[in-house]
Design a protein around this ligand. Structure first.
Ligand code: 6PG
Length: 228
C-alpha cells in the first residue's frame, strides 16, 4: 500500500522526514537494543542526515542503500557522505578494494548479513529515469537484483546516461532486501519526478522502471514524501 505525503516546500518535507525517521528508529532501538537504518545517497537528503547524525542513538548502525564504485575521496561516494554525517555511528559501506563490484559481492553480503534485520528503516530516492537505489532501467545485473531469491546486495552496471554519468558500476540493495524493512520511505523532490512517480504506480514493465516494483507491492507499505 502507498501512503502519500505531499508538502508545500522542500524544507517542510525535510523537517517532517527527519522527525519521522528519528521516531521510527528510536522506537525500534528501544524495543530491541539494536537497529539498522539503510540510507540512499543523492543530493536531497543530506541536511536530514546531518541532523540525524547528532540525534540518533549511537547504537544504531547506518548502512548504505547503494553506492557508486568509487573511492571515499570521490564526490560521488555515498559512503563518504554517510561517514561525514554520522561520525559517531558504525557506518557499513559497500565498497571493497576490488577492481570490479562483481568480485566484491560476497564480502559485501557478509557485511550486510551482520546488520540487525529486518532493517528498522530504509530511505529510498528516485531518479527521473525511474531508478531507485541503484536499480537502473535495463542495467546489467538488474534481473538478479530483482529476483525474489536475491541476496541482500548485488553488483549493477547501469547504462551510461545523463542520470548516471560515467559512474555506471554500482553496488545496491536488491529488491527483496529493500522490502526487508519495518518502514520503507521514498523521497521525491522536483515537479519533473512527479509524472515519473505517477506512471510508476501502474507501470507493467519493471525492468524499464524499477521503482514500480517497489511501489506495486501489495503487502508492503511505502511512505512517499513528495515536494516540488
Ligand atoms: C544515489 C542513489 C539514487 C538516489 C536518487 C535520487 O544517487 O546515490 O543511487 O537512487 O537516491 O537518484 O537522488 P536525488 O536525491 O539526488 O534526487
Amino acid at each position: 500500500m502507498i501512503n502519500e505525503y505531499f508538502f508545500e516546500s522542500r524544507d517542510a518535507l525535510l523537517a517532517q522526514l527527519q522527525a519521522d525517521m528519528l521516531a521510527q528508529v528510536s522506537a525500534v532501538i528501544e524495543q530491541q537494543n539494536a537497529a539498522s537504518v539503510l540510507l540512499s545517497g543523492g543530493s536531497t537528503p543530506g541536511p536530514v542526515y546531518e541532523a540525524l547524525g547528532h540525534t540518533l542513538d549511537r547504537r544504531v548502525q547506518v548502512a548504505l542503500v547503494d553506492d557508486r564504485w568509487v573511492g571515499l575521496d570521490h564526490k560521488g561516494s555515498n559512503e563518504a557522505l554517510l561517514r561525514r554525517c554520522f561520525p559517531d555511528h558504525t557506518v557499513v559501506g559497500m565498497k571493497v578494494d576490488e577492481a570490479k563490484p562483481q568480485d566484491a559481492v560476497e564480502e559485501v553480503n557478509n557485511r550486510y548479513r551482520a546488520l540487525a534485520q529486518p532493517f528498522a528503516l530504509t530511505l529510498l530516492g528516485m531518479g527521473p529515469d525511474g531508478h531507485t537505489a541503484s536499480l537502473f532501467p535495463f542495467a546489467e545485473g538488474l534481473d538478479g537484483a530483482m529476483a525474489s531469491d536475491a541476496p541482500l546486495c548485488a553488483a549493477i552496471t547501469a547504462t551510461e546516461s545523463e542520470v548516471t554519468g560515467p559512474l555506471v558500476d554500482r553496488m545496491t540493495l536488491t529488491l527483496p532486501a529493500i522490502l526487508n524493512t519495518r518502514r520503507l520511505m521514498l523521497l521525491i523532490t522536483g515537479e519533473d519526478k512527479l509524472a515519473v512517480y505517477q506512471a510508476a504506480k501502474t507501470a507493467n514493465d519493471h525492468k524499464a522502471m524499477p521503482v514500480a516494483a517497489v511501489l506495486q507491492q501489495f503487502d508492503v507499505d511505502v511512505d512517499v514524501y513528495w515536494a516540488k
